[in-house]
Design a protein around this ligand. Structure first.
Ligand SMILES: Cc1cc2nc3c(=O)[nH]c(=O)nc-3n(C[C@H](O)[C@H](O)[C@H](O)COP(=O)(O)OP(=O)(O)OC[C@H]3O[C@@H](n4cnc5c(N)ncnc54)[C@H](O)[C@@H]3O)c2cc1C
Length: 399
């Protein structure tokens, strides 16, 4: 008999923590809780195959590496070479910048896809963790003074999970933040006024990742595996992927990097990403805690989005462990106040990088004054050891 929502009784279960979203934030939170023997259920609307191939970030910063080391998981979850350098250029001329700190801590070129795959393998295949894929109709009950629950539908069967705490790790368009009543959150946002065309290409990686300002707009090349690179090209907000043929992509890469020797290769995918910064605060309401893109967005220029998500769940996991295992809810009560200062530091760094690398190139967006200021900042970065040290500390997430 086919089970319908009208006829079938919901299947109920109980767990201390429900995590909505199996992205970088949700899966990392789940493995931390698992490591601390705190049970949890992860609910994900996509299937496993889909999230295994989703490409995004490329670097786990030094703070993130230390975090995985502290939880005893770095060896199993992180892979890829150490991230040590960036080749910064203006109109083809620039300098390879060392990202190294006196404390010896370094980031890793570990793509988000690689990290997510390692998390899935460790959490589900090795440890038997509870991750439910292909769920729909996720609804949250989170009333003052009541035990919360999360309802969802899977294979036409309704489920109810009674819990003590809910982690909203379902990114910007998920249900978690949307479940918070109007007027509770304050949203602070900034639009940069341009977008990036992000194209994944099958091409040999360059020795150093490139970030380049040019009179024709920003371009970056970042490694995404031994034979793959992600190119980013500044474009109009009104552009769609269909406006960027392979031919146009490579013509613009050659022009912006001032390098005629670069050869065309097929772009495997392309998307247009508007550059914006957003913070929703406080990052908690009753028994719901927001983490990652559900709470904040940064432009990808500083490579901090995933790293902010990892920071949030590091703090959240420790607070949940104290609350569930030690019955001490004080760190959970302070969760938002604890993470927001670092969220704003990462916002500041990302906005600085975005303004500097875009204004320093094409002056049509913000004028020649902002162009010259941005070039002076880059000059400072290249010539002042103090500025270089500060930049490196922010880049590594150690400031
Ligand atoms: C083109 C691009 C390049 C980027 N480059 C970098 C970079 O270089 N460095 C960096 O640090 N960051 C980068 N980022 C940002 C980074 O990818 C995000 O900040 C990061 O994915 C945030 O992790 P998250 O877990 O919060 O969200 P996500 O990884 O988006 O995970 C959210 C999960 O929730 C699921 N979900 C959504 N709605 C529901 C629902 N209703 N029910 C159940 N599940 C749901 C989604 O399917 C998804 O699996 C980039 C982003 C983009 C788009």
């Amino acid at each position: 008999m086919e089970i319908t929502q009208e006829t079938a009784m919901p299947i109920t279960q109980e767990t201390p923590v429900v995590i909505i979203g199996a992205g970088a934030a949700g899966l990392t939170l789940a493995i931390f809780l698992h490591t601390a023997n705190v049970p949890c259920v992860v609910l994900e609307r996509r299937d496993r195959a889909y999230i295994e191939v989703r490409q995004r970030a490329g670097v786990v910063d030094a703070r993130g590496v230390r975090m995985f080391e502290r939880w005893g998981l770095a060896d199993r979850l992180l892979a890829g070479p150490v991230a040590q350098t960036i080749d910064y250029r203006i109109n083809g001329v620039g300098r390879v910048f060392e990202i190294a700190g006196d404390d010896g801590s370094e980031g890793r070129f570990c793509t988000q896809q690689m990290l997510v795959n390692n998390l899935l393998r460790e959490l589900i295949d090795v440890r038997g963790g509870n991750v439910q894929f292909d769920v729909t109709d996720v609804t949250i009950t989170n009333e003052e003074g009541q035990r919360p629950n999360v309802r969802y539908v899977q294979d036409k069967q309704e489920h109810v999970v009674d819990c003590s705490h809910i982690a909203g790790c379902d990114a910007d368009r998920g249900v978690s933040r949307a479940s918070i009543p109007a007027g509770v959150l304050t949203t602070i946002s900034h639009e940069f006024g341009y977008a990036w065309l992000a194209a994944l290409v099958e091409a040999p990686v360059v020795e150093h990742p490139i970030m380049a300002a040019s009179d024709h707009g920003f371009v970056a090349q970042l490694p995404r595996g031994p034979q793959r690179s992600r190119y980013y090209l500044q474009c109009e907000l009104s552009d769609g992927p269909e406006d960027w043929s392979d031919e146009r992509i490579w013509d613009q890469i050659r022009l912006r990097l001032q390098d005629d020797t670069i050869e065309n290769a097929a772009a495997l995918d392309r998307e247009v990403v508007p550059l914006r910064s957003v913070v929703h605060a406080p990052m908690q309401f009753q028994n719901l805690y927001l983490a990652g893109d559900a709470a904040h967005l940064v432009p990808p220029t500083g490579a901090k989005g995933m790293n902010m998500a990892l920071y949030d769940v590091d703090v959240l996991a420790q607070a949940l462990v104290s609350a569930v295992r030690d019955q001490d809810g004080s760190a959970l009560a302070d969760y938002s106040a604890t993470v927001l200062p670092r969220v704003w530091k990462y916002q500041e760094f990302s906005a600085w990088m975005t303004d500097t690398m875009h204004d320093g190139g094409n002056a049509t967006q913000h004028g020649v004054f902002r162009q010259m200021i941005a070039r002076a900042r880059l000059d400072d970065l290249f010539s002042s050891p103090l500025a270089a040290r500060l930049h490196s500390d922010f880049q590594r997430g150690m400031a």
